[in-house]
Design a protein around this ligand. Structure first.
Ligand SMILES: NC(=O)c1ccc[n+]([C@@H]2O[C@H](COP(=O)([O-])OP(=O)(O)OC[C@H]3O[C@@H](n4cnc5c(N)ncnc54)[C@H](OP(=O)(O)O)[C@@H]3O)[C@@H](O)[C@H]2O)c1
Length: 228
């Protein structure tokens, strides 16, 4: 489900539409449950993926450190698109969350993704896109999710504002995943109600290869067959 309306007139001749394969795409968080599925799915479609992790063996970055983001962009050179499937925020009841819990959540999941866009301007080819990640808790908080919900909602607000300011030059969107089935299994739950990471990756593909900007895409279940 798309929350706000797509305005196709905003992008005259977007690069992403003309270049459906062979795009050089940075995937931050490529070793994660979501990021690995997105990187694999885009790669299967003929895209050229630059994988980045936090602590892996190849390219690494710390989202919460703007110097690290600048260094990463300098190393990689020009890109056609950026996907962020990373971002840490702290769970816990409001009265147990510390100053550090809030600060870390803001610096990592919120400002990390904001700075990924800010530092990417000029490094991503004009007409390219940024696709960020929030989460279903941003609009539907539950117990012990205050900080997670807060930063996710802020990422969504950022995307709506940034898309207006970058209109015609860059597209900026966010996927709001529901609970990922593999993550449920990791903590001993059944996979459903959840969304398999491979099904979730389809929403990212749409945003990377499409024309949308300023969209918050809720991705709680697999897209029905045949629905673009
Ligand atoms: N899984 C879910 O059910 C779900 C639902 C809604 C929203 N989300 C959101 O989706 C995002 C990805 O979730 P996930 O479950 O795929 O996470 P995950 O499996 O834990 O993977 C996280 C990825 O981010 C990287 N990373 C960790 N800290 C980082 C940092 N400081 N800077 C840059 N990269 C960093 C990790 O690299 P290393 O492997 O090197 O540590 C890994 O590649 C998160 O923001 C999460 O809140 C997840």
């Amino acid at each position: 489900m798309v929350v706000n309306q797509f305005r196709p007139s905003l992008l005259a001749e977007p690069l992403a539409q003309e270049k459906l394969a062979g795009m050089k795409i940075l995937v931050v968080g490529s070793s994660g449950i979501i990021g690995s599925a997105v990187a694999n799915a885009l790669s299967e479609r003929g895209q050229d993926i630059v994988e980045v992790t936090h602590s892996g063996e190849g390219l690494t970055v710390d989202l919460s450190d703007i110097a690290s983001l600048k260094e990463l962009y300098d190393k990689i050179g020009k890109l056609d698109a950026v996907v962020c499937a990373a971002g840490v925020a702290q769970f816990g009841p409001l009265e147990e969350l510390s100053d550090d819990d809030f600060t870390q959540s803001i610096e990592n999941k919120l400002m990390g993704q904001v700075n990924l866009v800010r530092c990417g301007i000029g490094q991503v080819t004009e007409g390219g896109s940024f696709t960020l990640t929030s989460g279903g808790l941003s609009q539907k908080p539950a117990a012990a999710t205050t900080a997670v919900s807060m930063v996710g909602a802020a990422v969504e607000a950022f995307v709506k504002g940034a898309a207006i300011d970058l209109e015609g030059r860059y597209r900026v969107n966010v996927v709001s995943p529901g609970w990922v089935a593999e993550s449920r299994i990791q903590i001993g739950l059944g996979p459903m109600p959840g969304i398999w990471a491979r099904d979730l990756a389809e929403y990212y593909i749409d945003l990377v290869e499409g024309l949308q900007t300023g969209q918050i895409v809720q991705a709680e279940t697999a897209k029905p067959d045949g629905i673009p």
